[in-house]
Design a protein around this ligand. Structure first.
Ligand SMILES: [Zn+2]
Length: 416
């Protein structure tokens, strides 16, 4: 039997999932598109209906202020409402809504109990976590944590030349608000299958994987696919394809029983991409991730050795463009213990996990004590319309998030 509070969460989750809904049961809400704007406005209406205030900072991060004690500092709970193209309805959105409901429950609880919190809560919907329309990913939290200048983000363009500033202005979610936070809490779907395989309902994230993401541009020479003899060709598509294959071979070669290496090419654009033309250029993104910094460094060195090799044999020039790199790093140890105590108290089965995917908490943990929680993803399917998390798993996560948020605002992790 679910409680009225739990039913309210599920009803809100269903309403939220209608924005940018796709025929395949997912959502398409790329950053600062009309659908993202609609979702942001819907969320604003939801929290304002509970008496909370909404503000935007200069790069469109959306802050919902839940005040328990006027003038007290803030604990942040965050995630993101934007999605991949043809993405799932749980990735990010679950965490933002769970944060809002945790805050609503505490707001109600503190009115009737005589417990006095030391902190207020801010729920943060980070701008452009996904990084598909505008690169890089985790854009809003990167500015908030001082890793990328706001001016650089605002001038970043999408493939049609629209800047982040123009896109944010067009959906009306940009401002000049700023706020310091004392600690950060995020709940997200696992996007992997370890919790499901182990029969656990909660994952406590102990560390991130290190990740190196590169933009490569392979330069060739445009030619006739029939008339130009092989010896005269400088085929950018051949060079780029070789790089995709090399990335997979590196993952296979460097993965050991202790440390996995994951590599991928997620974006690949061929110019001019025409039937009878040898490609003159290919832009592609290659990322390489591992739990172990030494293994990652070795795999990364091999990738760059292979790039040089491919330039030779495919007679192309490979230019390395922007890069986005983060090191494997542990989450706050005291936070991990606190989360375990909460899960224990609520009778939830839990285990520790590492995250391969980047999250806004990846940035936040570098500036404040941060706790990251996972709920199961069916079959580990993610960045896919078929992404799924069962209602009872979502609800268990909201209960845990609420208990942890209560501990954080009453000073169990950090004190003002
Ligand atoms: Zn996400």
């Amino acid at each position: 039997m679910s409680t009225p509070q739990q039913q309210a969460f599920l009803a809100d989750f269903r309403s939220m999932s209608s924005f940018g809904a796709t025929a395949g049961g997912g959502v398409d809400r790329q950053a600062a598109t009309w659908a993202d704007g609609q979702t942001r406005n819907w969320f604003r209406g939801l929290v304002e209906g509970h008496g909370f205030e909404v503000r935007y900072d200069q790069v469109g991060n959306q802050f919902t202020l839940v005040e328990f004690v006027p003038g007290a500092p803030y604990i942040a709970i965050g995630s993101h409402l934007d999605s991949q193209p043809l993405g799932g309805r749980f990735d990010g959105a679950y965490g933002v809504l769970a944060g809002a409901h945790a805050a609503m429950r505490l707001h109600e609880a503190f009115r009737v109990q005589d417990e006095t919190p030391l902190y207020n809560i801010v729920i943060i919907n980070w701008f452009n976590e996904e990084g598909c329309r505008f690169k890089p990913s985790m854009m809003g939290s990167s500015v908030f944590t001082g890793k990328i200048p706001a001016a650089q983000v605002l001038a970043t363009t999408d493939p049609h030349g629209v800047t982040v500033r123009e896109a944010l202005e067009s959906i009306g979610t940009i401002g000049d608000f700023s706020l310091d936070v004392a600690a950060y809490l995020e709940i997200h779907i696992e996007q992997g299958r370890s919790l499901e395989d182990d029969g656990l309902s909660i994952g406590l994230v102990e560390s991130t994987w290190g990740a190196n993401k590169y933009e490569f541009v392979v330069h060739g020479e445009q030619a006739h696919t029939g008339a130009t003899v092989i010896a005269d060709r400088s085929d950018a598509l051949l060079g780029a394809s070789s790089l995709v294959v090399a990335a997979r071979e590196i993952a296979n070669h460097f993965t050991t029983a202790e440390h996995m290496v994951i590599t991928s090419c997620g974006e690949f654009t061929v110019f001019p991409n025409s039937p009878v033309v040898v490609a003159n250029r290919v832009n592609l993104l290659v990322d390489i991730r591992s739990t172990d910094p030494t293994v990652l460094a070795a795999a990364d060195a091999e990738l760059h050795r292979r790039v040089a090799q491919i330039e030779q044999w495919a007679a192309v020039r490979i230019e390395r463009g922007a890069e986005h790199i983060w090191a494997a790093k542990d989450y706050d140890a005291a936070g991990l213990l606190l989360a375990a105590a909460s899960a224990e108290k609520l009778g939830l089965t839990y285990g520790t996990v590492r995250t391969r995917a980047g999250h806004d908490s990846t940035n936040m943990k570098d500036i404040v004590p941060t706790i990251m929680l996972f709920v199961p993803s069916a079959e580990g399917i993610s960045h896919n319309e078929r992404e799924f998390t069962a209602d009872n798993d979502m609800l268990a996560g909201v209960d845990l998030l609420t208990d942890l948020a209560r501990r954080l605002v009453t000073g169990e992790l950090v004190r003002p």
